[in-house]
Design a protein around this ligand. Structure first.
Ligand SMILES: C[S@@+](CC[C@H](N)C(=O)[O-])C[C@H]1O[C@@H](n2cnc3c(N)ncnc32)[C@H](O)[C@@H]1O
Length: 177
């Protein structure tokens, strides 16, 4: 990740953490579409599998998972405007049968049916998600993290992307339960 992007992300996170909602510890900072595809490929997402994107932003990961990988895709997004935006996109694309977004706190959901989880959240927040996934994920479920790793887990694979076409580097981490 570019140094300035990281600084911007951390800066936004500090502001986000100070807002009145309290639980919104990660800012909205979308994954480029080319990297979304690499995340889903690294996660080995197959048709009919169930995936969740934790903190789904504008829904781009959920939409690609449903549209291109033919998965059952669910996003969880706290921000009401982003939830509405992503649901509107899903409706316009006619993907309502395979894609949906829950407007809620990602720490309060049930991920026991997940085959794949994707996350792009800051380290401090990932540390909060990890015990929940330890408890809920079924054996064999995969997790793909973008740029910020699960510090207590050992990745099965690490993929470095030197340039996403816009001068940003990315690191993807694959974990398997
Ligand atoms: C870095 S963005 C990633 C968006 C999307 N996953 C992507 O990769 O393009 C993190 C997202 O998490 C959302 N978020 C932060 N805290 C959350 C929470 N407690 N529950 C649900 N969503 C949350 C933010 O609103 C933001 O849209």
């Amino acid at each position: 990740m570019h140094r300035y992007c990281l600084l911007a992300l951390v800066g936004c996170a500090v502001l986000a953490a100070q807002n009145s909602e309290g639980e919104r510890l990660a800012p909205y900072y979308p994954t480029p579409e080319t990297i979304v595809e690499k995340m889903l490929q690294l996660g080995g997402l197959k048709a009919g599998e169930k995936m969740f994107d934790l903190g789904s932003g504008d829904g781009r990961i959920v939409i690609m998972a449903a549209q291109k990988f033919h998965a059952q895709a669910v996003g969880v997004e706290l921000d009401r405007d982003l939830w509405k935006l992503s649901m509107d996109k899903i409706r316009k694309l006619g993907l309502q049968n395979t894609a949906r977004i829950i407007n809620g706190d990602l720490l309060k959901q049930d991920y026991s049916s997940a085959d794949l989880i994707t996350v792009y959240l800051l380290s401090g927040f990932i540390d909060k998600v990890q015990p929940l996934l330890d408890q809920q994920l079924k054996k064999g479920a995969r997790v793909v993290a973008h740029d910020f790793e699960f510090r207590n887990w050992t990745p099965e694979k690490v993929q470095n992307i030197a340039d996403d076409g816009e001068g940003r580097s990315h690191t993807l981490f694959l974990y398997r339960k």
